[in-house]
Ligand binder design. Structure first.
Ligand code: ZN
Length: 375
């Protein structure tokens, strides 16, 4: 009875909303296509979570993490760059807009220099502060956007109108913000799409080079973030390595899911407008091609189960009701699956899901109170 009550409370807290708007059809395949896609996508993954997995939840987590690392190509990247020690170079810190801002670069593999911003509260020199990693999505200037480093007034206005500068929000709340460029999404760290062979999309060019060579674009982004986490934990002045959060909208949210799944140093994760099933029942694929992880659906599981690797840590998820990239019905099913696993692990209070009224964007009013609570 008590469990039933918890389930009902969990569901009522989720603010589930109705079906998809008629303008966004995710199931408009022909009957022939539907039959084929059902056969392709209709099987559960070999490592979908089940309570009777040998070794229980921890046994499943170990097996699923090992498989995830293998599928995203982390093991291959590690082997290819073995012996490389990621060096960090920091520029002079300057005082801007009520906080301190510093440009850094980390060489995550030979010749790959990832730029990132460090934003610090003024007057925090002798304190240990929580750190929030802010991962941007498909915006070639995204790391500047997230850190409030604007190229012109219009960039600033557009960003601030949709509260798209989480790095600045973090530092105003007294945290250290780390805002890295995302490989394949930021112009600073993209591989050229020569002759437009990959659809004139940098993220797809990255993906194709990776897939051909046993890596994935997601794997490279997770690798970069892991290198940053190592540096934050060992060398970032003033960082409290026991209080690290990560957030991101869209492609940055997808990255947040995988980093939190694999790295237990992330105490609280916030994927915004990104965490859903890989496909809906008709076979429609929701994420950008660059999020592709070959065989994940068959050899591991659907995305809510991957997100369950964050357990017992805190996961706060939002989706926008007007977001045309995602299906409300599928998001609700995915969130129900994730809520069920959190419940089975007796950590229901660590999973928060909210629908929000606007589109594909960040919703700071939801995630900051949760982060504050964890920190
Ligand atoms: Zn992409």
């Amino acid at each position: 009875m008590r469990n039933l009550l918890v389930v009902l409370l969990t569901i009522s807290n989720m603010h589930f909303v109705g079906g998809d708007p008629p303008t966004h059809r995710f199931d408009a395949y022909s009957d022939q296509e539907r039959g084929y896609l059902q056969r392709v996508h209709g099987q559960p993954g070999d490592l979908s979570y089940t309570p009777d997995f040998p070794g229980g939840f921890q046994g499943w987590q170990r097996a699923a993490r090992a498989k995830l690392k293998q599928l995203i190509g982390i093991d291959r990247i590690a082997a290819q760059v073995s012996g490389h020690r990621p060096a960090v170079h920091l520029e002079q810190e300057s005082r801007v807009d009520g906080h301190l801002r510093q440009l850094g670069r980390i060489e995550t593999e030979p010749g790959i220099h990832l730029p990132f911003w460090i934003l610090r509260p003024i007057g925090s020199e002798n304190k240990k502060l929580p750190v929030v990693i802010c991962a941007h999505g498909h915006d070639e200037d995204g790391w500047n956007t997230y850190a409030g480093v604007f190229k012109d007034k219009q960039h600033q206005t557009t960003t601030e109108n949709k509260q798209g500068n989480p790095g600045v929000q973090a530092v105003r709340r007294g945290y250290i913000a780390i805002v890295p460029a995302t490989r394949g999404l930021a112009k600073s760290n993209s591989i050229s799409d020569l002759n437009g062979r990959h659809g004139k999309r940098a993220c797809r060019a990255q993906l194709m080079h990776c897939l051909l060579a046993g890596r994935t674009a997601i794997g490279e982004r997770v690798w970069d973030t892991t290198c940053l986490l190592d540096w934050i934990a060992s060398d970032l002045a003033g960082a409290d390595a026991t209080r690290i959060g990560m957030l991101g909208n869209s492609g940055g949210g997808v990255l947040t899911v995988y980093v939190a799944a694999l790295d237990e140093r992330i105490a609280v994760a916030h994927p915004s407008c990104s965490l859903t099933s890989y496909t809906d029942q008709s076979g429609y694929i929701f994420h950008c091609d660059c999020c592709m992880i070959p065989r994940i659906q068959t050899d591991l599981a659907d995305m809510p189960d991957v997100a369950a690797l964050t357990i017992p840590r805190t996961l706060v998820v939002v989706h926008g009701a007007k977001d045309g990239l995602h299906s409300q019905k599928v998001v609700n099913q995915a969130m129900q699956r994730l809520a069920d696993i959190y419940l089975q692990c007796n950590v229901s209070d660590k999973f928060i899901f909210r629908w929000q009224p606007e589109g594909h964007r960040l919703y700071p009013a939801v995630f900051w109170p949760v982060m504050e609570d964890v920190f």
